[in-house]
Design a protein around this ligand. Structure first.
Ligand code: PLP
Length: 386
């Protein structure tokens, strides 16, 4: 029996259209910065991708800066030093939600004492009152406040109240960075509608290649100091010859997702909901985080009492099902989930994350349910024997 991939929040398999775009771009000889015909042809391809990524995020193409990952985009935008034309603008403090991905939670270029966490509720949603209190106490003499909040949490799939947060941030004269990595291509994520100043996105979560992301800005006047200096690529915001093949693949994936996201979502939600209903039927004690709240359609974050998430993940893997115990950690180890901890949950046993995508089938879910049943009953037998 083949393997079943149910870990789309870690990375999505490359879409056919993205693969084609990558291969086409690889066969172009020119450097997009060169003025000759070969260079111009490469540039045209990059600009097409810029329009496609901008289209997905309701942004102006001129406001898309391609980066090497969403992590790089986060390190670029989370900066104490900004520029408005030639004028330097200081950012005095960074406020990040307690459930951010490490790419944001580590605070980019801010010193640890310049970073404050915004708590979340027990349900896993940003605590808006706490945000308002923190910004009311912000020391304006130090510079502007910068706030970073994710649109969709990578573990729970919960959609965060960005518009409400944006209103609070604006009231206090701050800047809002939204990590839209898990949202782009799954729910509408228009920078203007969200009220964000910046969005960060990553190609590999939406069917593009790994190792390319973007920083998207609302305007062009106020920009962070570049993270990577050198040549004038990306209008001086990110030096270095562009990874054109990856950028072209990113564009193609963004285009496909903009066209098909709505139609695919209902089917994905149906499969996820069927998996959850079956888990609760098989083991009614299963805890499903964020159920009944506003979540993306593809994610289920659950805990089976008596089963350590790490053990569960290995058991699923041995049965041919790839899912994850919380977020994928770069070391391959499973650490305690800071998301569960922030929600006031006992993170010691962790939770498992099932995440689906457009290629997930009914048969995949049948198989997941059969394996869940096996693991849940094995756990009961082990529990009785102990
Ligand atoms: N933000 C979120 C919410 C993520 O899930 C991830 C990837 O796991 C990242 C940021 C980092 O993206 P990248 O792999 O492009 O650095």
């Amino acid at each position: 029996m083949g393997r079943i991939y149910l870990d789309w929040n870690a990375t999505a398999p490359l879409l056919g259209a993205a693969r084609d775009a990558v291969l086409d771009a690889l066969s172009l000889p020119g450097n997009p910065s060169s003025v000759h015909a070969e260079g111009r042809a490469a540039r045209v391809l990059g600009e097409k991708a810029r329009r496609e990524v901008a289209g997905l995020l309701g942004a102006e193409p001129a406001h898309v800066t391609f980066t090497g990952s969403a992590t790089e985009a986060a390190n670029h935008v989370l900066s104490p030093a900004y520029r408005m034309g030639k004028a330097k603008i200081a950012v005095g403090h960074l406020y990040v939600s307690a459930i951010e991905h490490p790419a944001v939670r580590n605070g980019g270029r801010f010193a640890p004492e310049q970073i404050t966490e915004i708590p979340v509720t027990r349900q896993g949603l940003l605590d808006l009152e706490a945000l308002a209190d923190l910004l009311a106490a912000h020391d304006a003499a130090s510079g502007m406040p910068l706030v970073a909040i994710m649109l969709v949490n990578n573990e729970t799939g919960l959609i965060q109240p960005i518009r409400d947060a944006a209103a609070i941030v604006k009231k206090h004269g701050g800047l809002l960075v939204v990590d839209a990595v898990q949202a782009a291509g799954r729910i509408p994520a228009s920078i203007a509608d969200l009220g964000a100043d910046f969005l960060i996105v990553s190609a590999h979560k939406l069917g593009g290649p790994k190792g390319v992301g973007a920083l998207v800005s609302r305007g062009e006047t106020l920009m962070p100091e570049p993270l990577i200096r050198g040549g004038g690529q990306e209008k001086g915001h990110r030096a270095g010859t562009e990874n054109l093949a990856a950028i072209a693949g990113f564009g193609a994936a963004a285009r496909v997702m903009s066209e098909e996201v709505e139609s695919r979502n209902a089917a994905i939600a149906g499969l996820r909901d069927r998996a959850e209903a079956a888990m609760l039927r098989i083991a009614p004690e299963t805890v499903i985080y964020g159920r009944g709240l506003d979540r993306v359609s593809n994610t289920s974050f659950f805990r089976l009492p008596g089963l350590k998430a790490e053990t569960g993940q290995i058991a699923f893997d041995l049965e041919g099902v790839a899912l994850s115990a919380g977020a994928a950690c770069s070391s391959g180890k499973v650490g305690a989930s800071h998301v569960l901890t922030a929600m006031g949950e006992d993170a010691a046993h962790g939770a498992l994350r099932l995440s689906l995508g457009p290629a997930t089938t009914e048969a995949d879910i049948d198989r997941f349910i059969a394996v869940f049943d096996k693991i849940a009953s094995r756990r009961k037998v082990a529990g009785q024997a102990a």
